[in-house]
Each structure stands twice: as structure tokens, then as C-alpha cells.
Design a protein around this ligand. Sequence first.
Ligand SMILES: *[C@@H]1O[C@H](CO)[C@@H](O)[C@H](O)[C@H]1NC(C)=O
Ligand SMILES: *[C@@H]1O[C@H](CO)[C@@H](O)[C@H](O)[C@H]1NC(C)=O
Ligand SMILES: *[C@@H]1O[C@H](CO)[C@@H](O)[C@H](O)[C@H]1NC(C)=O
Length: 799
Amino acid sequence: MAVPVNFKSFFLFSLFLLLGFSLSSQTSQQEKEKPLSFIIRAKHDAKPSIFPTHKHWYQSTLQSLFSSDSSPENQVSGNPSLASSFSGTLIHTYSTVFHGFSAKITPSMAKKLEKMAGILSVIPDKARQLQTTRSPQFLGLKRKDTMGLLAESDFGSNLIIGVLDTGIWPERRSFSDRGLGPVPSSWKGECVEGRGFSASSCNRKLVGARYFSGGYEAMSGPMNETAEYRSPRDSDGHGTHTASIAAGRYVYPADMLGYAHGVAAGMAPKARLAAYKVCWTSGCFDSDILAAFDRAVLDGVNVISLSVGGGVVPFYLDSIAIGAFAAAQHNIFVSASAGNEGPAESTVTNVAPWITTVGAGTLDRNFPAEISLGNGVKFSGVSLYSGPHLSQKPEIPLVYAGNAPATGGDGYSSSLCMENSLDPEMVRGKIVLCDRGSNARVNKGIVVKEAGGVGMILANGAGDGEGLVADSHVLPAAAIGANAGDLVRSYVNSVKNPTATIRFQGTQLGVRPAPVVASFSARGPNPVAPEILKPDVIAPGVNILAAWTDDVGPAGVTSDRRKTEFNILSGTSMACPHVSGLAALLMGAHPDWTPSMIRSALMTTAYVRDNRGGPHMLDEATWNASSPLDYGAGHVDPNRAMVPGLVYDLTIQDHVDFLCSSNYSAKNIEIITRKPEKCSQKVTHAGNLNYPAISAVFERVPGRAKMSTHFIRTVTNVGDGPSVYKVTVKAPLGSVVSVEPGKLVFTKVKQRLSFVVRVEVRAVKLVAGGSRVSTGYVTWTDGKHVVNSPIVVTLQEPY
Ligand SMILES: *[C@@H]1O[C@H](CO)[C@@H](O)[C@H](O)[C@H]1NC(C)=O
Ligand SMILES: *[C@@H]1O[C@H](CO)[C@@H](O)[C@H](O)[C@H]1NC(C)=O
Ligand SMILES: *[C@@H]1O[C@H](CO)[C@@H](O)[C@H](O)[C@H]1NC(C)=O
């Protein structure tokens, strides 16, 4: 809401500021600096009383920067014409999760601003990415057994999940409000209108919708309103998909071009949704994400789902961490995607301990496609292609794109099938073997098709390993792993007239093993705070069927004009909303639980086996056993999370103490918490945060044979009253772990008891700068509940 600007106060304060710092003329070089977006943290109580609102104060502060920067005739502060010279520089003001504003100013103005009284910090805005593997394909309905019991209940119907994403396509059956009660009275949000979106686009299911484009447009220029909507409407599909995973209604029949036929439903089909559109064609900007957190907290959401991320920075520079902290203070559960940069280590993002970080696993469902070569050799691949099939005899000529010099593509290898890089003479009428990487997988198919190819085999490189993502290709095409890729390449190069075909086998159920940690799912250790194990859990994130936009086809590119109600996508983006929906169910079942208790329940009941019953899920990247650095506490198990027995709770003071023990300065802590904080006496080390996982990080001290540390943990009984829990420990290789006491005797519900975990390691020889990680478990059980925590020991050689 626009507040009338009070020019008189402007005048007085600006004058004060101008006297306050030098009027030294700016160099012409500085004047030519390109303005950028910054997020400015102000001291909330430092607002001079002369300003009626914080917004007036921020505007005036900005005006003073401009007037001291501009030509002499404009230096008269309070000149109404000045208002226009900096109008549009103020992007958002923040009042709930953050105190301050965002603005488009030059870097030298930012430097100046940083030194001004009342300003705590100035953080450059940055763009994040959606965490889908972006070659949309594949379906995966949730396995019935994960939801059966819960689906019958009314759990979650009074709870609201805020989804920060690309908006929503409100007409989908997944967002019908049939049979739902009135909008919860606690809801204070709005249905913001805009192109293609009216107040009646919201209903008792989609209770609110807003959009935040100020930061985006400040950085990228005015949006192209033909290509995207200045409204909550979703022209991309990602936000519609994630919202319906969290809380879509039951829809039958559902499928995507014949694949994954069945019932589609979100995790919490009765929970309400609010869409906060923060992502646009060129990304999701921190300043807009922060504004959405600010509104969502005021609006009264109970869960925030954020399938967005990119890069890791200290928490006081991380808008998502800052926004999520305030959400946690308001008892809002925040789940975020871990990222898709796996399987490399230390790739996990959104790693603050007050965020639940979700990695991705596979379902027991697949979309196989068989590739046959002219020499009789067959390989299994995956595909979501739907359309006329190829001849079933392997007699179609096969060509490797990498065997031609690139005819375009800016120096990329021609094997990548970049735009304009294929010679139609070479590929016409043939199946083309392309290498994965550099451009979107579905775009490679478009390139092959446009050059006259009739099919495509998409081969992983060594870096991609064996992890496959099925795509809704525009021509007959299938993906294969790195080993198969090598064999197909050598076949093409070893015979005179190589041939092949692809056979599409539809939807396969009951796949074993499952779940498997998705190759792309980002991995630990936590790059910002190694004492906090991340990701926390994994959830289904491969080949997930959910609602889709009408604006683009399932391939997710504008040239794909097919319209589908559903689409099949993969990514930690798809895993995150599963946990958001589950959190709403758990909140509905246990209204007195804090977000930390909900996360604890999800973590300590997660499983680490697959459907073959072996000791460990496998890692799709290697088909070797995976570990807590890949899956955190394990794969979520909703029914068991309802009755965890014991939980590890956390207060806001615990998080402050964590920041204190992580050596954050008082000023940096205040940026996160919005007020000066006191560290409590009990601050020891960062690993002592009462987290449902334990991570011991040691730096080897040359000459010292043994190193040890200890952790204090406190569990709260949320089970049956009187109960006796006993501990079992599986110590990580090379360490000795003891727990005291080994028995916890509870006499009543809500009782809290503490125990100490001692970890001792023997120093071993490591390569310089190398590290050794080993993992184990600390498990409490009363015979009925099993409360499992991973324990990870990291031994680092000093650099
Ligand atoms: C805006 O988007 C439309 C549709 O994608 C496109 O045809 C047009 O060229 C774009 N306009 C500009 C100025 O980029
Ligand atoms: C997978 O396990 C095998 C056998 O233990 C081992 O030799 C190989 O190095 C492992 N591969 C990776 C990538 O860790
Ligand atoms: C924090 O600072 C103290 C004193 O400077 C130091 O002893 C300690 O190791 C530091 N902790 C971390 C986690 O960096």
C-alpha cells in the first residue's frame, strides 16, 4: 500500500544527513557505475521519530544518497522533482522477517550507505535457481503405503502451506476446493489480481496468491508481459507442480501422455495453499524471496516450501536463511530443497539448522526404454517419449554427433548437440547419439529433430555416472548411463554402417531397489556449518507426476505446444514439497509441536534400507551403498513420523547459541535475529545444538594419537507416558562412541531427559589437506518406538 510521502520530513532528515557526511563531489567514473540491487539491513529502533513510518525513513535515506550524488542544481534536498530521480530505486521494504529495504543503487552508494548510522549491513542481491533437473519428464505417484492411513484423516485442513515458486495455475483439479470447510480464520493473506488472475482465481483450497517482481525487474529490466504474467499465474509450470505435490487434491484419472496412469494426490490433500510467486524467467531474486517471506509470515502461513536455491554463504548474508529464521520464530516450518549439484560432495545448499533440507530419492517406478544396436547388443535406458514409435528392428542408421566438426555452438564439442551444431546432411533420417551436458536434455532432442534426425540416444558422461532422468522428448529418444554410453560410442566407431532402434516400454512398477539416492541430489558435508549434518532427509524427487501449467508443454520449452494437465519432473525441487506437505499433516496431528519437533520426528523415524531389505540404500551415481552424507537421517516415513516416541526440540535461544558458538559476531547475529542477542552461559561448541543428528569434526593435531569431544542431547517424551528407552550405538569406523546414561526412564509425557555422547578417534595418517568421513548410528528404543540418529565423524588433515 502506498503511503503518501511527507516532503517536509524528507527535507529535514535529508538535510541532516547531508550535513552528516561530506558533500564531496562524486567522480564521473562513479556516476557511470551501473546500479545494482542491494538488500539493506537497518536497525529497526534507529528510525528518527521525525519519520512516521520506516518506509519514509528508507526513502529519505535513499534520497540523500541521490542528492549527494547528483549534479549541483539537484542538491537541494526536498525538491519534489528529486522524488522522481530516485523513484523506483526503493524495491521492497521489509518489516517482519527482516528489518530494512532493498534498493537499486550504485556500488559506491552502497559503500556509503553501509557507513551510515542505523544501517547494519548492505548485501548484494543475487539470483537463485529452481531446483528441478529441468528436462521435465516422469511420473511417480507416491506409494500408497506412505499415505493410506493419513489420507483418510482430516489432518492438515486447518493449515496453510505457503509455496514460494513460479506462481500457480489455479484451474487445475488438484486445486479444487470441493468438500473443504471455510478458509481458516487465522488467515490474513490476499488474492492479488493481475493479468490472467482475478480474485476468483482463489478459493477455499488456494486461499491466497501474491507476486514479487521488484527485485527481478530492477536487475533484469521490465518483464516481457507477453512471455510471463505480471500476476500470480504460472507461465513456467514449476510452481504449479510443487504446490500440487505438497497439497494437491485426489485426481483420478491422472497421467502424462499415457505415462504414470493412476491417482494423483499431494501429501496433504486437505491442507490449504498460498502461492507466492518469486521466480521469473531469469531466476528468483533474493530481494523478492525476502519480501515473500515477510508477507507469508504476516499472512499467517504454517509451512513454507521453497524449492529454490543456489550457492552457500554465511547465514547473515543468506536471505533464505534470514527469512527462514524469522519464520521459525513464528513457529512456521520451513523446508527447502538441498540442490541438484550432486553427486559431488559438499554441494548441499539451504543448510541453516532452522531449515529442513531435503534431498531426492527414486520411487519404485520407472519408465524404461530399450536400446538395441545392429550387432544385437541391448541397453536399458529411460524415456517419457510419447508418439509414433520407431521400427522395432535395429536397422535405423546411427550416427555420433561428436564425429563431426562443430558447425556452430561457440566452441562446444559437436557431441553435445547444441543449437545449430548439427549438419543436416549427416543426421537426416538417423538416430543421433548426443552427449549429456551444457544444454537442457530436451533441447538436444529439439536440435536433432530440427536437423532431420529421427531419434536420439542421450549418453551420460563419466561425471554424470549412471544416474538417469527420463524426459518428455519431442522425438523418440532415451537416456543411458555412462558405461552404456561408452559402449555405444565404440560401436559407432568400429563398424561401417552402425544401426540402432529404441523401444519404449511404458510405466514399470515395483522397481527394485528403491528408493535409491538420486544421482543429482546434493550431498554433505555441510559447507557452512560442518557440525550440522545436511541434508536432513530425502523424499521422492525422481519422475514425480504433478499438476502443470497450460502455458508450456511437458518438455518445458516454448516450442513444445502440447498441453497436459500433469507433468513428470525430477529434482530436489520435487522432494522438498513432499516434506512440506508431511509437515502440515504432522502439525495437524500434533498442534503443540514446534517446527524442530516435526523435523525431529521426520528424521529419527526415517529409514535407510531399500525395498530389498539390505542394510543401506544405494547411491544411483555409483550403485554403491550411500551414507548419511547422501541421505541425512534417511528417507522420510510418514506413518512412523506420526509416532516418533522421543523428539529433539530446539528453542530460538538454542539457535542463537549455535550462532554464538559458530563465532558469528554480535552484529552478524543481529542481522539474522533482528535484535541484539545474548549468548547463554552454556555455549560450548556448535555441534552441541540439540539436533537429531550428530556431526563430530576433528582437525588432526600432528603428534597427538587420540582426539575426543562430547555432545549433550536432550530428548522430549511425546510417546505414552511412563517408558524406558535403551540406547544402542553403531560407532563410525575408527572411533569409539559411548552414551551416558545408557537408559532413560520417563515417568510422564513431555518429560525431558538429557544424555552425553562421547566420541573418541585415533588419528590416522591422511593425505595433506585430505579428510576421512565415517558414519554410524545412536539409536534409542523402548521396544515400540525406534529413535535413530546418524553420527558422522570427520577427521581432517590440517592444510
Ligand atoms: C516477448 O515475448 C514474446 C513471446 O515469448 C516474444 O515473441 C517477444 O519477442 C518478446 N519481446 C521482447 C521485447 O523480447
Ligand atoms: C564402489 O564400491 C567398489 C567396491 O567396494 C569400490 O571399488 C569402488 O571404488 C566404489 N566406487 C565409488 C565411486 O565409490
Ligand atoms: C571461535 O573463536 C575462538 C576464539 O577465537 C576459537 O578458540 C574457536 O576455535 C573458534 N571456533 C570456531 C568454530 O571457529
